[in-house]
Design a protein around this ligand. Structure first.
Ligand code: JHZ
Length: 412
């Protein structure tokens, strides 16, 4: 069975003018955490590199790994971080402000995971429906009272949802659009499912932040596309949508929340125009901007490896803090394994007792940090640095230090 396919044309505009940059080599799927008995089996490695579309500006991976392999049994849940829950609560509150929710409103969340976002919509008494291909997470959501359909969302499944649940007042899709290969089918599905006066809200890590803050480790097989507003506008306007509101968020190191409705304006809004101009100034609409970004990442690799070597030479013990998917990309690409990190601690019970894909670093509950008292914690979940440092205040009090690897190496 072919588990990965090479991209030949841009996912949005179908152009073949694709510029290759940042080759991260071959890596295992980043959420492919392993059980002990799986360590002796051969892991699948897939190419990880990027294309920049010279025509519409979309950044996308050069290869697409089979979604069934990545999402059927998913280890990531957003509710492990307070910052995520606050962000979801804020999103639901805002949406309720835009469309007054009532008992008859339907909110559909695409990529609903464990139902964390829909719980906030449910608090407004709206009807909710989650859509997610991961059976393990749907089970958790359903148990928590969030009806969930186990499926991938697309044009076809939108028809099924309309038949069984009717049309939606609000459709949300947070941190999932980048995971979807056929964006045209996604937009067609949303167009069908959304009521006339309804809104579609999406959030994704913003390419502007990714490039400016060297967040190369958020580039991994699950994320097929990395959006700036320029290509996103091209996509949505093809389906008669406009951006009614755009907000930059701190979540995931810098994301953007976009609220869409059916087009009313003839021109794009001032905020959107400002952001598109900013993207151009930051080099996001030209290949050179991505060449410069690649060079910075190779320098970062040298910097972090040198800093860790220095600590190891002094006999210091270092562990990883947080086992996000991005941490597995960082450790694989920077070649940091168990010779450097004794283990990783993480707040997600699903990850405990497992090993990181690629480098096979063992993962333990966070309580291990105080029991074991290593010298340094390398914050792999750097997007939650503040929350993690605060949580591990006792570790700091007994002399523990933190290393933040992104956007540049910092020791606290
Ligand atoms: P976190 C996810 O990527 C997955 P990941 C997904 N593919 C996506 O699109 C992006 O987000 C945007 C742990 N932690 O959210 C919990 C602690 O241990 O950065 C998580 O395992 N202690 C859908 O996997 C990890 O860190 C803590 O105090 O890169 C964070 O993962 C906190 C706050 C977190 O996502």
């Amino acid at each position: 069975m072919n588990l990965a396919k090479k991209i030949n044309v841009c996912r949005i505009c179908k152009s073949k003018k694709l510029y290759h940059f940042l080759d991260l080599g071959k890596q295992p799927i980043p959420n492919g955490f392993l059980k002990k008995e799986q360590l002796i089996l051969k892991e699948n490695f897939f190419k990880l590199a990027c294309f920049f579309c010279r025509s519409c500006g979309l950044v996308q991976l050069t290869h697409v790994v089979s979604p069934a392999l990545m999402f059927k049994n998913y280890a990531y849940i957003p509710s492990g971080a307070k910052m995520m829950l606050n962000n979801f609560s804020n999103l639901a509150y805002q949406a309720n402000h835009q469309i007054k929710l009532s008992k008859s409103s339907l909110c559909v969340d695409i990529g609903s995971n464990d139902g964390s976002l829909l719980k906030f919509f449910k608090a407004f008494e709206a009807k909710v429906l989650g859509i997610d291909p991961a059976q393990n997470l749907a089970d958790v959501a359903i148990k928590a009272g969030i009806p969930t359909e186990v499926m991938m969302f697309n044009e076809k499944t939108a028809d099924r949802i309309i038949k069984s649940h009717g049309k939606a007042d609000i459709i949300t899709a947070t941190n999932v659009v980048a995971h979807i290969d056929n964006l045209h089918s996604l937009l067609k599905g949303i167009l069908k499912l959304l009521k006339n006066g309804g809104i579609f809200i999406t959030e994704f890590p913003y390419l502007l932040d990714l490039v400016a803050k060297n967040q190369f480790d958020t580039i991994y097989h699950e994320h097929l596309s990395y959006f700036s507003l320029k290509p996103w506008l091209k996509l949505i306007s093809g389906y008669g949508f406009e951006i009614a509101a755009a907000q930059r968020l701190q979540i995931h190191g810098g994301s953007i929340r976009l609220t869409h409705r059916r087009r009313r304006l003839k021109h794009i809004s001032r905020v959107v125009k400002y952001l598109v101009d900013l993207e151009a100034r930051q080099g996001l609409h030209s290949a050179q901007g991505f060449e410069d970004f690649s060079k910075r990442i190779f320098n970062l690799k040298d910097q972090l490896r040198a800093a860790l070597k220095n600590l190891k030479d002094q006999g210091k013990r270092v562990v990883g803090l947080g086992a996000p998917a991005k941490g597995n990309v960082l450790t694989s690409f920077f070649n940091i394994g168990v010779e450097t990190l004794d283990y990783i601690v993480d707040s997600t019970p699903l990850k405990h007792g497992l090993f990181s894909p690629g480098k096979h670093i063992p993962i333990f509950p966070e309580s291990r940090l105080l029991e074991d008292r290593p010298d340094y914690g390398l914050i792999l979940a750097w997007n939650f640095s503040d929350e993690i440092i605060k949580k591990h205040e006792k570790f700091k009090k007994i002399g523990g230090k933190f290393i933040i690897p992104i956007p540049e190496v910092r020791i606290i």
